[in-house]
Write a protein that binds this ligand. Structure first.
Ligand code: TXA
Ligand code: MG
Length: 343
């Protein structure tokens, strides 16, 4: 199959919508990361997403809609927190998990009795969903286990020859995926931190809690509330190690790790502050930016860039877990398979 990459315009949106209506898979930009979309109501279409991604069948997909009225058919009931949260954060990087109606086939929800839904904030995503007139199941458009794509080039890297069309809307603004909030139980629980932060949710949901698997590895044999947490994620080909502690000590420890690496490991340091760059001398560094929002938006591109450079060891400085830092550290820790060194 030849994969076309088209800039977002009225004609490419029409073409993408007609592919979706015919049960094909199309990659499209969202404000978080690129998605790999298909008709959420078609088992055959959704099966193609799993095949293109090589995604394990036990990891369910988020359904993307363009307006609140499209939610009703997907759920058996609307939890009480949904309307106020939707009013504040939709369209936007918040996914809400609710009791499912059964309209979405079992393959898309991995057989769970719940369904995860969001209204994305990207104009191209909204235009595409509206033009298709369908709820769209869409995971991140990477091959399973790889860093999520934040540009059309990243999608092409993973999906060339596997899907007919990629809509190119430029780099994604947020750069990490949506917050997944489970509202199907008694206590609202963040299963995956993302663009809508804990602090933002707390202002409306004072009792919101964070699933323990967000910043710690899941215990052997423990049940995951979000099946995605069972799998290694966001990983470049390189081995990633996270170094945390006071900034001075982090720099010293990261530099020592770098110097102790074997020559063929071709190490690189991911910096959480541009200001640190000078302290690493001639060592290879990749500054993620100065604000946590910048760092989050560049993380996945950085992980892919490390691969392109042939790095086999990535030493990443840790950052704070306030605001979007929680999502950033969650992705970094997973990329590192929770390999952390306390400096
Ligand atoms: O920002 C995003 O959410 C992007 C863009 C494309 O919208 N999508 C995305 O999808 O990140 P994906 O498939 O890469 O991640 C979906 C996450 C997984 O961790 C999955 O386990 C979880 O949402 N999830 C989906 N349905 C669920 C459900 N019913 N209950 C619990 N977790 C669910
Ligand atoms: Mg993903």
């Amino acid at each position: 199959m030849r994969t076309q990459v088209l800039p977002v315009d009225a004609a490419s949106i029409r073409r993408a919508a007609s592919l979706l209506a015919r049960g094909e898979v199309v990659a499209f930009p969202t404000e978080t990361v690129y998605g790999l979309g298909a008709n959420a109501q078609s088992e055959d279409a959704v099966r193609k997403i799993y095949a293109a991604k090589e995604r394990p069948a036990d990891n369910p997909l988020i359904v993307h809609i363009a307006s609140l009225d499209a939610l009703t058919p997907l759920v058996s009931e609307t939890p009480k927190h949904v309307p106020p949260l939707a009013a504040l954060f939709w369209p936007g990087p918040l996914t809400m998990v609710m009791p499912a109606s059964g309209v979405v086939p079992g393959i898309a929800s991995a057989g769970l009795s719940t369904v995860a839904v969001r209204i994305p904030a990207h104009p191209a995503a909204l235009a595409l969903i509206r033009a298709a007139g369908l709820p769209i199941s869409a995971p991140s458009a990477n091959r399973s286990g790889r860093p999520s794509p934040t540009t059309a080039a990243h999608v092409l890297e993973d999906m060339d020859g596997r899907i007919p069309l990629i809509l190119d809307g430029g780099p994604c603004g947020v750069g990490v995926e949506s917050t997944v909030l489970d509202l199907s139980g008694d206590v609202p629980t963040i299963l995956r931190p993302g663009g809508v932060t804990l602090e933002m949710l707390r202002a409306v949901l004072p009792d919101v809690r964070i699933d323990p698997a967000v910043l710690r590895p899941l215990a052997e044999g423990a049940a995951a509330r979000s099946p995605g947490m069972r799998h290694r994620h966001y990983a470049p080909r390189a081995r990633v190690v996270v170094v945390r502690g006071a900034p001075e000590r982090v720099v010293a420890r990261a530099a020592a790790l770098y110097d102790g690496a074997a020559a063929d490991e071709n190490p690189a340091v991911l910096l959480c502050a541009t200001a640190h760059a000078g302290r690493y001398g001639a060592r290879t560094v990749y500054p993620l930016g100065d604000t946590q929002a910048d760092m989050a938006s560049r993380l996945f591109d950085a992980l892919r860039a490390m691969d392109a450079m042939g790095a086999r060891l990535v030493i990443a400085e840790a950052t704070g877990t306030d605001g979007i830092g929680l999502a950033l550290m969650n992705r970094l820790l997973r990329a590192a398979d929770f390999s952390v060194i306390d400096a």
